[in-house]
Design a protein around this ligand. Sequence first.
Ligand SMILES: CC(C)(COP(=O)(O)OP(=O)(O)OC[C@H]1O[C@@H](n2cnc3c(N)ncnc32)[C@H](O)[C@@H]1OP(=O)(O)O)[C@@H](O)C(=O)NCCC(=O)NCCS
Length: 166
Amino acid sequence: MTGRFRLVALAPDHDRAAFDCGSDPLDKYLREQASQDMRRRTSVCYVAIDEATNAIAGYYTLAASSVPLTDLSEAMAKKLPRYPLVPVARVGRLAVSVAFQKRQLGAALLWDAGLRAMQSGMGVFALVVDAKDKTAASFYKHHGFVSFSSNPLAYVLPIATLAKTK
Ligand SMILES: CC(C)(COP(=O)(O)OP(=O)(O)OC[C@H]1O[C@@H](n2cnc3c(N)ncnc32)[C@H](O)[C@@H]1OP(=O)(O)O)[C@@H](O)C(=O)NCCC(=O)NCCS
């Protein structure tokens, strides 16, 4: 990654209005909804702050979640206990500002999410994401996520697999 970034939880003094990732719903979420979700403790929004300008260069949200064991592939499910629900961490949204794209920041945000899930002190089997479209899905596939469940845009990456890639 070129440039220097600080990865921290979203705070009131961060300039959310200037963020532009090329997707209106993702820009709007950061502007209007992210802080509220944090106050309600339904997800935490982490931002990458460009050290040079203090601009928000990218963000992702992370929340505890679970998926039905029966939604996972047989290969994944057979290594797990037969409880109906499997604990996961959900990356609800992830976006990089147009000005900072193609500089490995998206990959760094994904890795940071995995690291936080690993270090959470709770049992977390995998990261899951709901890709918003085919382009987003191809980004997640590029990073080793595989499709699961009947939703074609739902992707999963076991934490153990992520840990082996670094
Ligand atoms: C998708 C997005 C997060 C990628 O961020 P980025 O910082 O430009 O991507 P990176 O520079 O970190 O790319 C890392 C790697 O992923 C690859 N990659 C990036 N976007 C990709 C895509 N859409 N499909 C396949 N691979 C992709 C890069 O080629 C790079 O590969 P390499 O490590 O082998 O060189 C960014 O383009 C974005 O925010 N887009 C708009 C919002 C969006 O679609 N969010 C998706 C979540 S719903």
